[in-house]
Design a protein. Structure first.
Length: 146
């Protein structure tokens, strides 16, 4: 994986927080694939399937959801760490596994830490999050295979 791809992947992950924190829900497709699976069940939230569902959950959370998302410690694990699954639509080499840590400032001013286990897919518009597993730090939960 070249430096340009690593930079673009990190920029996509950084942009997720900006899109949600600024309420730019019409721009979710700039950070997620149309078939995104966003699994927050380990932190008491739903598993979201698709961009429209992500928009709806964000609207429902409204003022009660996180007000500021931060991502750090991004590690691009590589293409060999991805199980694309039969239905991903990705060509070989078009998906990459990425781990990162996240902090969220909640509406009640508490801070919540999480770990993201992501799969990003290269699409015509750039790298997008295709799958995200959110787990509490120290939980020992690892990325899921399809």
């Amino acid at each position: 994986m070249n430096t340009e791809d690593r930079w673009a992947i990190t920029e996509t992950l950084n942009s997720v927080g900006h899109v949600f924190d600024e309420g730019r829900l019409d721009e979710i497709d700039t950070v997620f694939t149309s078939d995104v699976v966003y699994d927050m069940s380990a932190v008491g939230m739903p598993v979201i399937h698709g961009i429209e569902a992500a928009r709806e959950v964000a609207r429902q959370l409204g003022a009660h959801g996180p007000i500021s998302h931060h991502v750090s410690n991004v590690v691009v694990l590589g293409r060999g760490d991805v199980d694309s699954g039969a239905d991903s639509g990705a060509e070989d080499g078009d998906e990459v596994a990425v781990d990162s840590k996240g902090l969220m400032l909640m509406a009640d001013r508490t801070l919540t830490a999480v770990v993201h286990h992501d799969v990003l897919r290269r699409e015509p518009g750039g790298w997008r999050v295709a799958r995200r597993l959110v787990v509490p730090p120290g939980s020992g939960q690892q990325r899921q295979e399809n």
